[in-house]
Design a protein around this ligand. Structure first.
Ligand SMILES: NC(=O)C1=CN([C@@H]2O[C@H](COP(=O)(O)OP(=O)(O)OC[C@H]3O[C@@H](n4cnc5c(N)ncnc54)[C@H](OP(=O)(O)O)[C@@H]3O)[C@@H](O)[C@H]2O)C=CC1
Ligand SMILES: O=CC(=O)O
Length: 317
């Protein structure tokens, strides 16, 4: 019987789904290193999220047929190394779009309206009189949102922004999205133009060789002094040191971050000390419903790959 090695703890029903077709073993690559590599020698499928899968790991996995990521982002996978060995890589792009778009809108509003800061203000007993203008936030409705990475999630954010909040949407990709332009009125812009004119700059690109460090001091310098910066893509798309500097120097107004250069973030990271920064623990898709749907989607694809069928969302190089 084929075997799937899971390095995450799937919900019971998802485990049962996989076990209908295969043997499933669960082992953590760090906590149970020896056991993990023992199972890896036999595994036909590898299931989980975030593990670096490269030649070094694949050398230990001679039977592998499929690597199934429980996420849409696959910067943890060396897709070339995987596919060169005739192994299929899969991910879960569809089931999380709506939740992730909700998160981005929530983060944008929380940052612009200073909600976490003012939540602390109330809970710490500081609300003794009507709120002074010192604590006022910034509108997001009717503002200009610049989306860098207008893919599945970016387009869903654009819909919410345009139809829900009357925002003007600008976007930057390497390629244009004529249908999204038509539907939401989004305007294509080169990166500099987007940075210079957006009230809110939102990053939703994958982490690739090209996007790593794409937003650094030079990019921040181009933004408006009252711009709000939101990152929901991946931490290393941004040069975090530069972001810290521009926030300290008040080159931009505020930032909302769901992703960081190092996760979990270090407790001494200066971003955690800044009132104008909203920090989330990479919770973009973290609802019960969506995480469950991701587990199911990835499990089905892992089973398909192991059984020699073509999974729904195969990643190509
Ligand atoms: N915070 C969280 O919890 C989550 C984070 N994510 C992150 O969001 C990312 C996007 O997901 P999704 O929308 O499904 O992905 P898509 O692939 O649908 O969209 C990504 C977009 O980024 C653009 N892009 C890629 N490279 C570049 C580049 N060098 N310069 C400019 N634009 C670029 C692509 O356009 P083009 O190819 O034309 O350039 C594409 O439109 C994921 O890869 C993941 O990293 C996703 C889910 C949850
Ligand atoms: O970060 C989450 C993902 O699905 O990618």
């Amino acid at each position: 019987m084929a075997m799937i090695l899971s390095y995450v703890e799937p919900p019971e029903d998802v485990l049962a789904l996989m076990k209908e077709h295969c043997e499933v073993q669960i082992a953590r690559p760090r906590k149970q290193k020896e056991l993990f590599y023992q199972y890896l020698q036999e595994a036909d499928g590898l299931y989980g999220a975030g593990l670096k899968v490269d030649d070094a790991l694949l050398d230990q996995a001679p039977n592998l047929k499929v690597v199934s990521n429980v996420s849409v982002g696959y910067d943890n996978l060396d897709v070339k190394a995987i596919t060169n060995r005739g192994i299929i890589a899969t991910h879960t792009p569809e089931v999380l779009i709506q939740t992730m778009a909700d998160t981005m809108i929530g983060l944008m509003i929380a940052t612009a309206r200073r909600m976490p800061e003012l939540d602390r203000f109330v809970k710490e007993g500081n609300w003794k009189k009507p709120l002074s203008s010192h604590y006022f936030g910034t509108n997001i409705h009717h503002k200009k949102l610049g989306i860098i990475g207008m893919g599945r999630i970016g387009q869903e954010v654009a819909r919410r922004a345009a139809f829900g909040f009357h925002m003007d949407v600008m976007y930057h990709n390497r390629s244009r999205k004529p249908e999204a332009e038509k539907e939401t009125g989004a305007v294509y812009a080169d990166l500099d133009d987007l940075l210079e004119t957006s009230d809110i700059v939102m990053v939703l690109t994958p982490l690739t060789k090209e996007t790593r460090g794409m937003i650094g001091a030079e990019a921040f310098q181009k933004m408006k002094r009252d711009a709000i910066f939101i990152n929901g893509g991946r931490g290393p798309v941004v040069v975090e040191e530069d972001l810290i500097h521009v926030l300290q120097e008040r080159w931009i107004k505020a930032a909302g971050l769901d992703v960081f250069e190092k996760e979990p973030v270090d407790s001494e990271n200066p971003l955690l000390q800044m009132d104008q920064v909203v920090t989330l623990p990479h919770l973009g898709t973290a609802t019960h419903e969506t995480r469950h749907a991701m587990y199911v989607d990835a499990a089905k694809q892992c089973v398909d790959g192991v059984l020699g069928k073509t999974p729904k969302h195969v990643i190509s190089v």
